[in-house]
Design a protein around this ligand. Structure first.
Ligand code: NAD
Length: 251
């Protein structure tokens, strides 16, 4: 890579939690970063945080509901038109409901599968031609412990969508390895998010008790793992699933 060449990374759901931490790491590493954010107010708020990089044309903000497949194509076209390349995609946007099996209706099932799984497929599909063209690419899918071990509290639709992301990672990894594109899944559990900060402290203490490392994870710890997978150093690992769960699942 030329010294003045900057890699372009797209991060979905980049306004808070793990997505924001991943995008922030990429910005600090000197990458050009596309923040994909569903809600206008959240987009504007996040844009404020990165005003300096906005002025330097190092960050781009795209308002998009990732379950909108046409919108995904437009977003990818926009990035290619403005910046000419896409090197890294992090499919991070996700929703989670704790609805019991008997109460999940078709609408909720479709919503969870569309946001978590369908978007992962169509966003990845949309960036592949640009990655193939350069012979280099990194796709990282933010799956979950729930997709591996069966969820502790989340619903069946959530765990199915997260297991599907792991299967998609392996499928893409196998077919894209020959083009220098790696595809991996990250499976967190119990990592601090703004929602967790609003939870009953007694409930958090109970959760921490069940984690071998006796603490919750920090978004930066997940972001650092993603940064490794997105780097040149991560180039010999593909189709893998990276657990980051404080020791909750050992396999
Ligand atoms: N925090 C954890 O411990 C943990 C554990 C397992 C998996 N995960 C996964 O990590 C990812 C990030 O989760 P988080 O913990 O930061 O949660 P979060 O709820 O803070 O973040 C989710 C992000 O996705 C965005 N999003 C949701 N629906 C969207 C849509 N239709 N279009 C665009 N964006 C949308 C939200 O706006 C938000 O920015 C999720 O995929 C989640 O399933 C997190």
């Amino acid at each position: 890579m030329q010294m003045n060449e900057q890699r372009v990374a797209i991060v979905t759901g980049a306004n808070k939690g793990l997505g924001l931490a991943v995008a922030e790491n990429f910005v600090n590493e000197g990458k050009k970063v596309v923040f994909v954010i569903r809600n206008k107010a959240n987009l504007e708020e996040t844009k404020q945080r990165f005003q300096k990089e906005v002025n330097e044309n190092r960050v781009m903000f795209i308002q998009l509901d990732v379950s909108d497949t046409k919108g995904i194509k437009h977003a990818v076209d926009q990035v290619l038109t403005e910046w000419g390349r896409i090197d890294i995609l992090v499919n991070n946007a996700g929703i989670r409901y704790e609805t019991p099996i008997e109460e999940i209706n078709e609408e909720e099932w479709d919503q969870v599968i569309d946001v978590n799984l369908k978007s992962t497929f169509f966003f990845s599909q949309a960036v592949v031609p640009a990655m193939k063209e350069r012979g280099w690419g990194r796709i990282i899918n933010m799956s979950s412990f729930g997709g591996q071990a069966g969820p502790l509290t989340s619903g069946a639709h959530y765990s199915a969508s997260k297991a599907g992301q792991i299967a998609l990672s392996k499928t893409f990894a196998r077919s894209l390895a020959q083009y220098g594109i790696t595809v991996n899944a990250v499976t967190p559990a119990s990592v601090r998010t703004p929602e967790m900060d609003k939870m009953d402290p007694a409930k958090i203490a109970q959760m921490v008790e069940s984690i071998p490392l006796k603490r919750v994870g920090e978004p930066k710890e997940v972001a650092d793992l993603v940064s490794y997978l997105a780097s040149d150093s991560g180039g010999f690992t593909t189709g893998a699933t990276f657990d980051i769960n404080g020791g909750r699942l050992m396999r």
